[in-house]
Design a protein around this ligand. Structure first.
Ligand code: GTP
Length: 359
């Protein structure tokens, strides 16, 4: 039987997403709108396209939101089960916790915040051909220093798990997608927090388990920070990142139904304008992500920033590399630059925050 048919997908979506606050105060990270869909929907579409039909979501933080949106999964051609941790069990504990729902001999486990373009079927083939206990998707990146590196030997067998280092011995990093034999999941300690990266994988290596890497150079982005979220969203809009959940041609911007864009507004760099959002005349949006109902007034500039649900950017304001929380109100001519995060509902008066001295 094809390995896809005896493989469940497990998606870990229980994290708090602290690095994306304040957006993750109201929605879990995998549900944040990305090119018009909850981020997780892009991943679920890839899982379905690979021929896996049974998906278990390991939830914790804001668990109810997932089931409310995806239900039994039938609209996506999937069968979705939910397992909720009352106390977060970490990435390894989360995998162990879904064991009662697994039906097959293997489970393909995903971090729920990775935007990827790899061929999932090819990872399953590697797993089967090597008769591996665990197969990890490893992706080659230009600068591996910010990630855990995973070297492999000539046969593709994993030799070590290395923490972030300034001098990485390989450009292969852990891409947050693994195939486990069911027996290996059964051996993860139950009922306590366990990290798959720091505990499960190192102990498997120590006992000489068959841990293999499937290495490629596919599209890959961890959407955990505002900078990556903005880039990943823009890549989806422009077609640089693949997603079977999006159809039709892709371009420099994506404007959703019910949004209003005034003549003379410039939308470039993979900008997304959410449902019911408004963009005023002469506004310049470059790589901007406007959630539903957000408003950017005339002459304002928004670059590489996320504007939360119903937030308003006043006339001639400048928002660059920043995150604006839901319902915040940024006054005219304010300037919010790199790293600024405005909490939901906060009002900044006209001209109230500036980096320059002109009035
Ligand atoms: P930060 O707080 O910003 O680091 O984000 P995070 O909480 O999502 O953590 P991280 O990015 O390291 O998590 C990687 C993936 O594992 C994400 O998809 C998380 O939703 C998921 N995850 C993290 N911790 C847990 C957990 O305790 N339980 C479950 N079920 N999933 C988790």
């Amino acid at each position: 039987m094809a390995i896809e048919k005896t493989t469940d997908a497990v998606v870990l979506v229980g994290g708090q997403g602290t690095r994306l606050r304040p957006l993750t105060l109201s929605a879990p990270k995998p549900m944040l709108p990305t090119a018009g869909l909850p981020f997780l929907q892009h991943l679920l579409a890839r899982i379905g396209a690979a021929g896996i039909t049974h998906v278990v979501l390991g939830t914790s933080f804001k668990a109810e939101v997932f089931e409310e949106y995806f239900g039994d999964g039938s609209k996506l051609g999937l069968e979705i089960d939910y397992v909720t941790e009352t106390e977060p069990l970490g990435t390894g504990g989360g995998i162990r916790n879904v064991l009662p729902k697994l039906r097959g001999d293997h489970a393909m486990v995903f971090n729920g915040d990775v935007l990827g373009g790899t061929d999932l079927g090819a990872i399953l083939d590697t797993h089967r051909n090597r008769d591996a206990d665990v197969t990890l998707h490893l992706v080659r990146v230009g600068d591996p220093r910010a990630f855990g590196c995973v070297p492999t030997d000539a046969d593709g067998r994993v030799t070590a798990f290395l923490e972030k280092t300034q001098d990485p011995p390989t450009d292969q990093i852990n891409a947050g997608c693994y195939v486990f034999k069911r027996e290996i999941i059964e051996r993860i300690p139950e009922g306590r927090p366990v990290s798959v990266e720091r505990e499960v994988f190192p102990s498997l290596l120590a006992e000489d388990a068959r841990v293999y890497g499937h290495v490629d150079s596919s599209y890959w982005r961890d959407m955990g920070t505002p900078e990556d979220f903005v880039r990943g969203s823009a890549d989806l809009v422009r077609g640089i990142a693949p997603s079977p959940a999006l159809d039709g041609p892709r371009g420099e911007s994506l404007v959703h139904p019910g949004a209003g864009v005034a003549p003379g507004a410039l939308l470039i760099g993979g900008t997304v304008v959410g449902r019911g959002a408004e963009v005023g005349a002469g506004a310049r949006l470059d790589g901007a992500v406007l959630f539903d109902g957000a408003v950017v007034e005339a002459g304002a500039t928004v670059e590489r920033s996320i504007i939360g649900f119903g937030a308003r950017i006043g006339p001639r304001a400048l928002v660059r590399d920043a995150v604006i929380g839901d319902g915040a109100d940024i006054g005219a001519r304010c300037e919010l630059l790199r790293g600024a995060r405005v909490w939901p509902g906060v009002t900044l008066p006209d001209g109230g925050v500036r980096f320059s001295t002109d009035v």
